[in-house]
Design a binder for this molecule. Sequence first.
Ligand SMILES: [Zn+2]
Length: 95
Amino acid sequence: MIIFGTKGYLHQLAILTLVCAQCGNPAAHTLRKRVTKFTLFFVPLFPVSTKYATQCTFCGAEQKVTGEQAEQLQAQALGGGQGYGQQSQQQPYRS
Ligand SMILES: [Zn+2]
């Protein structure tokens, strides 16, 4: 008998201050990564899907972001520190 299924993992990658699209407040947003893994006999083997989302801590609105966006947000959270709801479209480090 083979027992298999999936298991979800939730990782909090960063906390960012963003202007919420839902409530319009410059509130803290959590950047989350949700990984669903295929399990065999309750042992997680490989990820089936990876999804990213930001969630407003003020109103709880969740917004899906792509992996690329999530990476940018994470870089912003780690390196930036200057942006308070700043949404710069400039990407000088990209060739
Ligand atoms: Zn909000």
